[in-house]
Design a protein around this ligand. Sequence first.
Ligand code: ADE
Length: 244
Amino acid sequence: MIFDIITIFPEMFASVFSGGVVRRAVDKGLMEVRVHDLRDYTHDRHRQVDDRPFGGLEGMVFKPEPVFRAVEALRGSAPARVVLLSPQGRKLDPRLAEDLAGCPRVILLCGRYEGVDERIVESLIDEEISIGDYVLTGGEPAAVIVVDAVSRFVQGVVGREESVRHDSFAEGRLDFPQYTRPRDFRGMKVPQVLFSGDHARIGRWRLKKALEKTLARRPDLLDRILTPEEREILEEIRNERKEQ
Ligand code: ADE
């Protein structure tokens, strides 16, 4: 899978992708992340990528010419999904990340300033993606997040153990708590059930903890079809709350 990132701040990406899981995936040849300077696709002396908006407003807007040139040059003849990072986009979630991981090539265009000329949105890009309901100063941090979130769904990038944990979120729950050594840290003890060796009991305890946390912090995630076990445990949690 290849990511082509188009940005006016290529230097922002150097350190983020120089370590961690994405770096490992690149080293293993599972992914490629290429960063392109939008200014390389300008033809004027000032390498101008933006201009004042028609109709009069403060700020600057990306001009269509360099962006069209960049995307057309990178796309070449191979099919690629062209994404604009912007707060107006579809919100990134595990389903979208998994879907992008299935594309052999994704071009990420990092928006800037007050936005981009609407003709870019209408005629060049396939979709807009947002990472959340807040406005960043540019699309660069969002592009990093998209690459990272998508990498976990690229075959071979993360081990089986981690994918199992991701499933828990994709299934619409927050994670259960995890513990490691020591068993007793400053008097804070690891729950006894985890030493029981009874995997069914541990599984049920984890599911209950995950549901308790989800109910407290993200009840919206539970507006879906629940499994019979989830329904039973939620009932149990509600009854315990009533008793308190
Ligand atoms: N650019 C500015 N804000 C953004 C956001 N929330 N998501 C994606 N790109 C952005």
